[in-house]
Write a protein that binds this ligand. Structure first.
Ligand SMILES: [Zn+2]
Length: 58
């Protein structure tokens, strides 16, 4: 299973997922739709937490 985390673009509301293995600290995540800066949201962190629980339990 690939752990991934969701990002949201505040401008166009696009949500997309990035694999944790492809994240680099400090590198900005740009929206693929409009090129704006994306952000983590509380929902994305909850989703990651759920994925982690599943990952550990499996
Ligand atoms: Zn966007």
């Amino acid at each position: 299973m690939d752990l991934s985390i969701s990002y949201e673009c505040p401008d166009c509301k696009t949500i997309f997922r990035e694999k944790l293995t492809e994240l680099f600290p400090g590198r900005p995540r740009l929206c693929r739709h409009c090129g704006g800066m994306t952000r983590l949201t509380p929902d994305s962190l909850r989703g990651l937490a759920a994925d982690l629980r599943e990952f550990i339990g499996s």
